[in-house]
Design a protein around this ligand. Structure first.
Ligand SMILES: CC(C)(COP(=O)(O)OP(=O)(O)OC[C@H]1O[C@@H](n2cnc3c(N)ncnc32)[C@H](O)[C@@H]1OP(=O)(O)O)[C@@H](O)C(=O)NCCC(=O)NCCS
Length: 435
Protein backbone atom coordinates (compact mmCIF):
# COMPACT_ATOMS: atom_id res chain seq x y z
CA UNK A 1 0.00 0.00 0.00
CA UNK A 2 1.37 3.40 -0.89
CA UNK A 3 -0.03 5.99 1.42
CA UNK A 4 2.00 8.91 0.16
CA UNK A 5 -1.18 10.31 -1.27
CA UNK A 6 -3.13 9.72 1.88
CA UNK A 7 -3.45 13.39 2.69
CA UNK A 8 -5.70 12.74 5.61
CA UNK A 9 -2.68 11.68 7.62
CA UNK A 10 -0.04 13.97 6.15
CA UNK A 11 1.71 16.64 8.18
CA UNK A 12 0.85 19.93 6.55
CA UNK A 13 3.61 22.57 6.31
CA UNK A 14 1.49 24.87 8.46
CA UNK A 15 1.72 22.30 11.24
CA UNK A 16 5.39 23.17 11.62
CA UNK A 17 4.38 25.85 14.06
CA UNK A 18 2.67 23.13 16.06
CA UNK A 19 5.88 21.08 16.03
CA UNK A 20 8.02 24.00 17.17
CA UNK A 21 5.85 24.32 20.25
CA UNK A 22 7.09 20.88 21.34
CA UNK A 23 10.78 21.54 20.76
CA UNK A 24 11.60 22.65 24.30
CA UNK A 25 9.22 20.05 25.71
CA UNK A 26 11.06 17.05 24.24
CA UNK A 27 14.63 18.33 24.02
CA UNK A 28 17.04 15.64 25.32
CA UNK A 29 14.21 13.24 26.03
CA UNK A 30 14.72 9.60 25.15
CA UNK A 31 12.23 7.98 22.77
CA UNK A 32 12.46 4.23 22.25
CA UNK A 33 11.19 3.28 18.81
CA UNK A 34 10.40 -0.36 18.11
CA UNK A 35 10.18 -1.06 14.39
CA UNK A 36 8.53 -4.26 13.24
CA UNK A 37 10.56 -6.22 10.70
CA UNK A 38 7.63 -5.86 8.28
CA UNK A 39 7.91 -2.06 8.53
CA UNK A 40 11.61 -2.14 7.68
CA UNK A 41 10.59 -4.05 4.53
CA UNK A 42 7.75 -1.65 3.71
CA UNK A 43 8.07 1.05 1.06
CA UNK A 44 7.21 3.76 3.61
CA UNK A 45 10.26 2.86 5.71
CA UNK A 46 12.32 5.51 3.93
CA UNK A 47 9.85 8.11 5.17
CA UNK A 48 10.00 6.69 8.69
CA UNK A 49 13.77 7.29 8.56
CA UNK A 50 13.15 10.88 7.52
CA UNK A 51 10.81 11.31 10.49
CA UNK A 52 13.54 9.91 12.75
CA UNK A 53 15.94 12.45 11.26
CA UNK A 54 13.46 15.20 12.20
CA UNK A 55 13.33 13.89 15.78
CA UNK A 56 17.11 13.90 15.97
CA UNK A 57 17.26 17.45 14.59
CA UNK A 58 15.01 18.46 17.50
CA UNK A 59 17.56 16.94 19.90
CA UNK A 60 15.35 14.02 20.81
CA UNK A 61 17.49 11.02 21.76
CA UNK A 62 16.32 8.03 19.77
CA UNK A 63 16.92 4.36 20.59
CA UNK A 64 15.92 1.97 17.80
CA UNK A 65 14.88 -1.62 18.36
CA UNK A 66 13.93 -3.73 15.39
CA UNK A 67 11.94 -6.92 14.98
CA UNK A 68 12.62 -9.74 12.53
CA UNK A 69 9.33 -11.70 12.34
CA UNK A 70 8.61 -10.85 8.70
CA UNK A 71 12.15 -11.61 7.46
CA UNK A 72 12.38 -14.79 9.53
CA UNK A 73 9.14 -16.11 8.04
CA UNK A 74 10.40 -15.35 4.50
CA UNK A 75 13.77 -16.97 5.15
CA UNK A 76 12.09 -20.08 6.56
CA UNK A 77 9.86 -20.30 3.49
CA UNK A 78 12.75 -19.81 1.06
CA UNK A 79 14.95 -22.33 2.81
CA UNK A 80 12.03 -24.61 3.61
CA UNK A 81 12.96 -24.83 7.25
CA UNK A 82 10.25 -25.46 9.83
CA UNK A 83 10.51 -22.84 12.57
CA UNK A 84 9.06 -22.86 16.08
CA UNK A 85 7.80 -19.25 16.09
CA UNK A 86 8.57 -16.24 13.87
CA UNK A 87 7.64 -13.64 16.48
CA UNK A 88 9.82 -14.57 19.42
CA UNK A 89 6.86 -15.08 21.72
CA UNK A 90 7.14 -18.87 22.03
CA UNK A 91 10.07 -21.26 22.18
CA UNK A 92 13.02 -20.97 19.80
CA UNK A 93 14.63 -24.18 18.63
CA UNK A 94 18.13 -24.41 17.12
CA UNK A 95 16.96 -24.16 13.48
CA UNK A 96 14.82 -21.11 14.28
CA UNK A 97 17.68 -19.44 16.15
CA UNK A 98 20.01 -19.96 13.20
CA UNK A 99 17.59 -18.28 10.79
CA UNK A 100 16.71 -15.60 13.36
CA UNK A 101 20.39 -14.66 13.60
CA UNK A 102 20.58 -14.38 9.80
CA UNK A 103 17.35 -12.35 9.65
CA UNK A 104 18.56 -10.03 12.42
CA UNK A 105 21.81 -9.33 10.56
CA UNK A 106 19.92 -8.50 7.36
CA UNK A 107 17.45 -6.18 9.11
CA UNK A 108 20.12 -4.43 11.19
CA UNK A 109 22.21 -3.73 8.10
CA UNK A 110 19.20 -2.41 6.26
CA UNK A 111 18.30 -0.05 9.10
CA UNK A 112 21.92 1.04 9.42
CA UNK A 113 22.12 1.71 5.70
CA UNK A 114 18.95 3.82 5.88
CA UNK A 115 20.23 5.79 8.85
CA UNK A 116 23.51 6.40 7.05
CA UNK A 117 21.64 7.65 3.99
CA UNK A 118 19.94 10.19 6.24
CA UNK A 119 23.18 11.33 7.83
CA UNK A 120 22.36 9.75 11.17
CA UNK A 121 25.08 8.26 13.34
CA UNK A 122 24.24 4.86 14.84
CA UNK A 123 25.92 1.97 16.66
CA UNK A 124 25.18 -1.61 17.55
CA UNK A 125 26.50 -2.84 20.86
CA UNK A 126 26.31 -5.66 23.38
CA UNK A 127 24.56 -3.46 25.95
CA UNK A 128 21.72 -5.96 26.38
CA UNK A 129 22.62 -9.08 28.33
CA UNK A 130 20.10 -11.88 27.98
CA UNK A 131 19.17 -14.94 29.99
CA UNK A 132 17.29 -18.10 29.05
CA UNK A 133 13.55 -17.92 29.53
CA UNK A 134 13.81 -21.51 30.77
CA UNK A 135 10.84 -23.78 31.31
CA UNK A 136 7.35 -22.30 31.02
CA UNK A 137 4.28 -24.42 31.77
CA UNK A 138 6.45 -27.52 31.65
CA UNK A 139 7.97 -26.70 28.28
CA UNK A 140 11.60 -25.74 27.72
CA UNK A 141 11.70 -22.48 25.74
CA UNK A 142 15.16 -23.46 24.43
CA UNK A 143 16.93 -20.45 22.89
CA UNK A 144 14.24 -17.90 23.77
CA UNK A 145 15.70 -15.19 25.92
CA UNK A 146 14.61 -12.47 28.32
CA UNK A 147 16.54 -9.35 29.32
CA UNK A 148 18.99 -10.11 32.11
CA UNK A 149 20.72 -6.75 32.36
CA UNK A 150 21.01 -3.51 30.42
CA UNK A 151 24.27 -1.61 30.32
CA UNK A 152 22.67 1.78 30.88
CA UNK A 153 26.03 3.53 31.05
CA UNK A 154 26.86 2.34 27.55
CA UNK A 155 23.49 3.43 26.15
CA UNK A 156 23.76 6.81 27.89
CA UNK A 157 27.23 7.32 26.42
CA UNK A 158 26.02 6.54 22.90
CA UNK A 159 23.06 8.88 23.27
CA UNK A 160 25.27 11.63 24.68
CA UNK A 161 27.52 11.21 21.61
CA UNK A 162 24.57 11.92 19.23
CA UNK A 163 24.48 8.25 18.27
CA UNK A 164 21.38 6.15 17.81
CA UNK A 165 21.79 2.79 19.56
CA UNK A 166 20.42 0.13 17.23
CA UNK A 167 19.24 -2.88 19.18
CA UNK A 168 18.56 -6.25 17.57
CA UNK A 169 16.43 -9.03 19.07
CA UNK A 170 19.43 -11.35 19.28
CA UNK A 171 21.46 -10.97 22.46
CA UNK A 172 24.03 -12.91 24.43
CA UNK A 173 23.92 -14.34 27.92
CA UNK A 174 26.67 -13.81 30.49
CA UNK A 175 28.35 -16.96 29.10
CA UNK A 176 28.03 -15.75 25.51
CA UNK A 177 25.12 -18.00 24.54
CA UNK A 178 23.05 -16.55 21.69
CA UNK A 179 19.37 -16.06 22.52
CA UNK A 180 16.36 -14.63 20.69
CA UNK A 181 14.43 -11.95 22.56
CA UNK A 182 10.99 -10.70 21.62
CA UNK A 183 11.51 -7.18 20.30
CA UNK A 184 8.37 -5.78 21.96
CA UNK A 185 9.68 -6.90 25.34
CA UNK A 186 13.15 -5.60 24.55
CA UNK A 187 11.82 -2.15 23.65
CA UNK A 188 9.69 -2.00 26.81
CA UNK A 189 12.70 -2.90 28.99
CA UNK A 190 14.87 -0.32 27.26
CA UNK A 191 12.19 2.36 27.67
CA UNK A 192 11.86 1.81 31.40
CA UNK A 193 15.59 1.39 32.12
CA UNK A 194 16.64 4.39 30.03
CA UNK A 195 13.87 6.58 31.52
CA UNK A 196 12.38 7.16 28.10
CA UNK A 197 9.47 9.54 27.91
CA UNK A 198 7.95 7.59 25.03
CA UNK A 199 7.90 4.02 23.85
CA UNK A 200 6.61 3.87 20.28
CA UNK A 201 5.71 0.59 18.60
CA UNK A 202 5.59 0.99 14.84
CA UNK A 203 3.82 -1.75 12.95
CA UNK A 204 2.29 -2.45 9.57
CA UNK A 205 -1.11 -3.07 11.12
CA UNK A 206 -4.16 -0.91 11.58
CA UNK A 207 -4.04 0.89 14.93
CA UNK A 208 -5.75 -0.60 17.93
CA UNK A 209 -9.49 -0.95 17.42
CA UNK A 210 -11.97 -2.46 19.81
CA UNK A 211 -15.40 -3.38 18.45
CA UNK A 212 -14.40 -1.50 15.30
CA UNK A 213 -13.80 1.72 17.24
CA UNK A 214 -10.23 3.08 16.93
CA UNK A 215 -8.67 3.63 20.34
CA UNK A 216 -6.64 6.80 20.00
CA UNK A 217 -6.02 7.79 23.56
CA UNK A 218 -6.54 5.90 26.80
CA UNK A 219 -5.22 5.56 30.33
CA UNK A 220 -3.22 2.44 31.07
CA UNK A 221 -5.87 1.21 33.52
CA UNK A 222 -8.39 0.83 30.67
CA UNK A 223 -5.94 -1.26 28.68
CA UNK A 224 -5.14 -3.41 31.69
CA UNK A 225 -8.83 -4.08 32.18
CA UNK A 226 -9.17 -4.99 28.53
CA UNK A 227 -6.21 -7.37 28.73
CA UNK A 228 -7.62 -9.00 31.85
CA UNK A 229 -11.25 -9.29 30.79
CA UNK A 230 -11.36 -9.63 27.00
CA UNK A 231 -7.91 -10.07 25.45
CA UNK A 232 -9.54 -11.69 22.42
CA UNK A 233 -10.83 -8.24 21.43
CA UNK A 234 -7.24 -7.09 20.86
CA UNK A 235 -6.01 -8.10 17.39
CA UNK A 236 -3.66 -11.06 17.86
CA UNK A 237 -0.59 -9.41 16.37
CA UNK A 238 -1.00 -6.35 18.59
CA UNK A 239 -1.48 -8.26 21.84
CA UNK A 240 2.22 -8.54 22.64
CA UNK A 241 2.68 -4.79 22.04
CA UNK A 242 -0.32 -3.97 24.23
CA UNK A 243 0.99 -6.23 26.99
CA UNK A 244 4.45 -4.71 26.89
CA UNK A 245 3.14 -1.15 26.58
CA UNK A 246 1.26 -1.73 29.84
CA UNK A 247 4.38 -3.20 31.47
CA UNK A 248 6.54 -0.27 30.39
CA UNK A 249 4.04 2.27 31.70
CA UNK A 250 3.74 0.45 35.00
CA UNK A 251 7.53 0.49 35.19
CA UNK A 252 7.61 4.27 34.83
CA UNK A 253 7.47 5.14 31.11
CA UNK A 254 4.86 7.90 30.90
CA UNK A 255 3.47 7.13 27.44
CA UNK A 256 3.43 4.28 24.95
CA UNK A 257 2.14 4.47 21.40
CA UNK A 258 1.09 1.80 18.94
CA UNK A 259 1.19 3.15 15.45
CA UNK A 260 0.68 2.04 11.86
CA UNK A 261 3.97 3.04 10.24
CA UNK A 262 2.69 2.57 6.68
CA UNK A 263 1.32 6.11 6.63
CA UNK A 264 3.45 8.95 5.41
CA UNK A 265 4.35 11.19 8.36
CA UNK A 266 2.72 8.80 10.87
CA UNK A 267 5.48 9.16 13.45
CA UNK A 268 5.62 12.97 13.45
CA UNK A 269 1.88 13.17 13.35
CA UNK A 270 1.55 10.89 16.37
CA UNK A 271 4.10 12.81 18.41
CA UNK A 272 3.28 16.37 17.47
CA UNK A 273 -0.43 16.36 16.81
CA UNK A 274 -2.81 16.63 19.73
CA UNK A 275 -4.76 13.69 18.40
CA UNK A 276 -2.34 11.41 16.55
CA UNK A 277 -3.28 8.60 14.25
CA UNK A 278 -2.16 5.73 16.47
CA UNK A 279 -3.07 4.63 19.97
CA UNK A 280 -1.49 6.53 22.85
CA UNK A 281 -1.58 4.90 26.25
CA UNK A 282 -0.65 7.06 29.18
CA UNK A 283 0.14 6.54 32.80
CA UNK A 284 -2.74 7.31 35.15
CA UNK A 285 -0.60 10.04 36.73
CA UNK A 286 -0.83 11.99 33.51
CA UNK A 287 -4.47 12.82 33.93
CA UNK A 288 -5.40 15.04 36.75
CA UNK A 289 -7.80 17.56 38.09
CA UNK A 290 -6.25 20.71 39.44
CA UNK A 291 -7.15 24.25 40.31
CA UNK A 292 -6.78 26.59 37.32
CA UNK A 293 -4.11 29.25 37.18
CA UNK A 294 -4.03 32.54 35.22
CA UNK A 295 -2.15 30.89 32.34
CA UNK A 296 -5.11 28.51 31.83
CA UNK A 297 -7.66 31.28 31.21
CA UNK A 298 -7.15 31.31 27.45
CA UNK A 299 -7.48 27.52 27.16
CA UNK A 300 -10.63 27.55 29.29
CA UNK A 301 -12.08 30.31 27.13
CA UNK A 302 -11.19 28.41 23.95
CA UNK A 303 -12.52 25.04 24.96
CA UNK A 304 -15.78 26.40 26.37
CA UNK A 305 -16.51 28.52 23.28
CA UNK A 306 -17.83 25.42 21.55
CA UNK A 307 -20.32 24.89 24.38
CA UNK A 308 -21.39 28.52 24.13
CA UNK A 309 -21.96 28.11 20.39
CA UNK A 310 -24.25 25.15 20.96
CA UNK A 311 -25.94 27.05 23.81
CA UNK A 312 -25.10 24.35 26.33
CA UNK A 313 -23.01 26.91 28.23
CA UNK A 314 -23.51 30.53 29.12
CA UNK A 315 -21.23 33.01 27.41
CA UNK A 316 -18.23 34.14 29.48
CA UNK A 317 -15.54 36.51 28.27
CA UNK A 318 -11.89 35.68 28.69
CA UNK A 319 -11.66 38.65 31.09
CA UNK A 320 -14.41 37.28 33.30
CA UNK A 321 -12.69 33.88 33.33
CA UNK A 322 -9.40 35.56 34.26
CA UNK A 323 -11.10 37.52 37.03
CA UNK A 324 -12.56 34.33 38.54
CA UNK A 325 -9.73 31.96 37.64
CA UNK A 326 -9.38 30.53 41.14
CA UNK A 327 -13.00 29.31 40.93
CA UNK A 328 -12.15 26.98 38.06
CA UNK A 329 -10.93 23.41 38.13
CA UNK A 330 -9.36 21.96 35.00
CA UNK A 331 -8.92 18.38 33.87
CA UNK A 332 -5.58 17.80 32.25
CA UNK A 333 -4.48 14.88 30.12
CA UNK A 334 -0.88 14.67 29.10
CA UNK A 335 -0.32 18.38 29.66
CA UNK A 336 -3.41 19.60 27.79
CA UNK A 337 -6.60 20.95 29.32
CA UNK A 338 -9.52 18.84 28.09
CA UNK A 339 -12.24 19.90 30.50
CA UNK A 340 -13.20 22.48 33.10
CA UNK A 341 -15.72 23.29 35.79
CA UNK A 342 -16.50 26.49 37.66
CA UNK A 343 -17.45 26.59 41.35
CA UNK A 344 -19.35 29.64 42.54
CA UNK A 345 -20.33 30.14 46.19
CA UNK A 346 -23.64 31.53 47.41
CA UNK A 347 -24.96 32.37 50.83
CA UNK A 348 -21.53 32.64 52.36
CA UNK A 349 -20.50 29.24 51.02
CA UNK A 350 -23.64 27.35 52.12
CA UNK A 351 -24.32 26.46 48.51
CA UNK A 352 -21.99 26.02 45.57
CA UNK A 353 -22.99 26.08 41.93
CA UNK A 354 -21.06 23.95 39.47
CA UNK A 355 -21.14 25.75 36.15
CA UNK A 356 -19.31 25.77 32.83
CA UNK A 357 -18.94 22.00 33.05
CA UNK A 358 -17.35 21.23 29.75
CA UNK A 359 -15.39 18.37 28.24
CA UNK A 360 -13.83 18.58 24.78
CA UNK A 361 -15.87 16.40 22.39
CA UNK A 362 -12.94 14.05 21.71
CA UNK A 363 -12.67 13.25 25.44
CA UNK A 364 -16.38 12.95 26.17
CA UNK A 365 -17.86 9.70 27.43
CA UNK A 366 -14.64 8.67 29.11
CA UNK A 367 -15.64 9.59 32.64
CA UNK A 368 -13.98 13.01 32.62
CA UNK A 369 -17.22 14.96 33.25
CA UNK A 370 -18.29 12.67 36.10
CA UNK A 371 -14.87 12.83 37.76
CA UNK A 372 -14.82 16.64 37.55
CA UNK A 373 -18.30 16.94 39.09
CA UNK A 374 -17.41 14.43 41.83
CA UNK A 375 -14.22 16.34 42.53
CA UNK A 376 -16.15 19.62 42.65
CA UNK A 377 -18.67 18.11 45.10
CA UNK A 378 -15.86 16.81 47.31
CA UNK A 379 -14.25 20.24 47.24
CA UNK A 380 -17.60 21.90 48.08
CA UNK A 381 -17.98 19.56 51.06
CA UNK A 382 -14.49 20.37 52.21
CA UNK A 383 -15.33 24.08 52.04
CA UNK A 384 -18.29 23.43 54.35
CA UNK A 385 -21.11 23.69 51.78
CA UNK A 386 -24.15 21.53 52.23
CA UNK A 387 -25.62 21.69 48.74
CA UNK A 388 -24.25 21.76 45.21
CA UNK A 389 -26.50 23.09 42.46
CA UNK A 390 -26.24 22.92 38.70
CA UNK A 391 -28.20 24.62 35.97
CA UNK A 392 -28.18 23.08 32.56
CA UNK A 393 -30.02 23.36 29.28
CA UNK A 394 -28.76 20.18 27.63
CA UNK A 395 -27.17 17.91 30.18
CA UNK A 396 -29.79 17.40 32.91
CA UNK A 397 -29.68 13.62 32.44
CA UNK A 398 -25.90 13.69 32.86
CA UNK A 399 -26.34 15.35 36.26
CA UNK A 400 -29.26 13.19 37.37
CA UNK A 401 -28.27 9.78 36.00
CA UNK A 402 -24.47 9.96 36.06
CA UNK A 403 -23.80 12.35 38.97
CA UNK A 404 -26.82 11.45 41.15
CA UNK A 405 -28.22 15.01 41.28
CA UNK A 406 -31.93 15.52 41.94
CA UNK A 407 -34.11 17.58 39.66
CA UNK A 408 -35.36 20.64 41.50
CA UNK A 409 -37.10 23.92 40.81
CA UNK A 410 -36.14 27.56 40.89
CA UNK A 411 -37.19 27.52 44.56
CA UNK A 412 -34.14 25.37 45.34
CA UNK A 413 -31.79 28.17 44.27
CA UNK A 414 -30.26 30.74 46.60
CA UNK A 415 -32.03 34.10 46.38
CA UNK A 416 -29.20 35.83 44.50
CA UNK A 417 -29.06 33.10 41.86
CA UNK A 418 -32.86 32.95 41.58
CA UNK A 419 -33.01 36.57 40.46
CA UNK A 420 -30.45 35.99 37.74
CA UNK A 421 -32.20 32.78 36.66
CA UNK A 422 -35.53 34.56 36.19
CA UNK A 423 -33.85 37.37 34.26
CA UNK A 424 -31.62 35.43 31.83
CA UNK A 425 -34.42 33.54 30.06
CA UNK A 426 -32.36 30.38 29.44
CA UNK A 427 -34.96 28.21 31.18
CA UNK A 428 -32.25 25.86 32.36
CA UNK A 429 -33.19 22.84 34.43
CA UNK A 430 -32.25 23.11 38.07
CA UNK A 431 -30.49 20.19 39.72
CA UNK A 432 -28.98 19.79 43.15
CA UNK A 433 -27.25 17.33 45.41
CA UNK A 434 -27.17 17.59 49.18
CA UNK A 435 -23.80 16.78 50.66
C1 LIG B 1 -22.04 17.01 29.89
C2 LIG B 1 -20.56 16.69 29.80
C3 LIG B 1 -19.82 17.63 30.71
C4 LIG B 1 -20.33 15.25 30.24
O1 LIG B 1 -18.96 14.95 30.23
P1 LIG B 1 -18.39 13.52 29.79
O2 LIG B 1 -16.97 13.47 30.18
O3 LIG B 1 -18.72 13.26 28.37
O4 LIG B 1 -19.27 12.53 30.70
P2 LIG B 1 -18.82 11.17 31.39
O5 LIG B 1 -17.94 10.44 30.47
O6 LIG B 1 -18.34 11.43 32.77
O7 LIG B 1 -20.22 10.46 31.51
C5 LIG B 1 -20.74 9.81 30.41
C6 LIG B 1 -22.20 9.51 30.65
O8 LIG B 1 -22.94 10.73 30.68
C7 LIG B 1 -23.97 10.70 29.70
N1 LIG B 1 -24.11 12.04 29.16
C8 LIG B 1 -23.12 12.89 28.83
N2 LIG B 1 -23.66 14.03 28.35
C9 LIG B 1 -24.99 13.87 28.40
C10 LIG B 1 -26.07 14.70 28.04
N3 LIG B 1 -25.90 15.92 27.53
N4 LIG B 1 -27.32 14.22 28.23
C11 LIG B 1 -27.52 12.99 28.74
N5 LIG B 1 -26.52 12.15 29.09
C12 LIG B 1 -25.27 12.59 28.91
C13 LIG B 1 -23.45 9.73 28.65
O9 LIG B 1 -24.52 9.16 27.91
C14 LIG B 1 -22.78 8.67 29.51
O10 LIG B 1 -23.76 7.83 30.06
P3 LIG B 1 -23.42 6.28 30.40
O11 LIG B 1 -22.26 6.31 31.37
O12 LIG B 1 -24.68 5.80 31.01
O13 LIG B 1 -23.07 5.68 29.10
C15 LIG B 1 -20.05 16.82 28.35
O14 LIG B 1 -20.83 16.00 27.53
C16 LIG B 1 -20.08 18.22 27.81
O15 LIG B 1 -19.11 18.94 27.93
N6 LIG B 1 -21.22 18.65 27.20
C17 LIG B 1 -21.37 19.95 26.62
C18 LIG B 1 -21.47 21.03 27.69
C19 LIG B 1 -22.62 20.84 28.65
O16 LIG B 1 -23.75 20.57 28.29
N7 LIG B 1 -22.31 21.08 29.94
C20 LIG B 1 -23.23 21.05 31.04
C21 LIG B 1 -23.59 22.46 31.35
S1 LIG B 1 -23.38 22.85 33.04
Amino acid sequence: MNNDENNEHNIKPTDLRGILKYVPMFRDHVFVLALDGSLVAHENFQNVLLDIAVLRSLNIKVVLVHGIGHQLKLLAETKQVAITDPHGELKTDAATLKLATEAAAVVSLEVMQGLTRNGLRCAMCNGVRSKEVGIVKGEDQLSSGAVDKLDEVLFDKLLAADTIPLVTPIAFSREGTTLRINSDLLAAELASKLNASKLIYMTTQDGLKIDDQPLTNLPVGDLETLLATSPEKIPERLRSKVKHAVKAINAGTPRAHILDGRFFGALLNEIFDKVGIGTMVYSNDYQSIRRAIQADAHSIYNITRNGVRTESLRERSQESIEAAISDYLVYEIDGSIVGCVNLKSYDGGEMIEVGSVYVLPFYQNKGVGRKMVEFACAEAKERGSNRVIAMTTQASKFFSKVCAFTEGTVEDLPAERKQDYLKNGRHSKVLYIDL
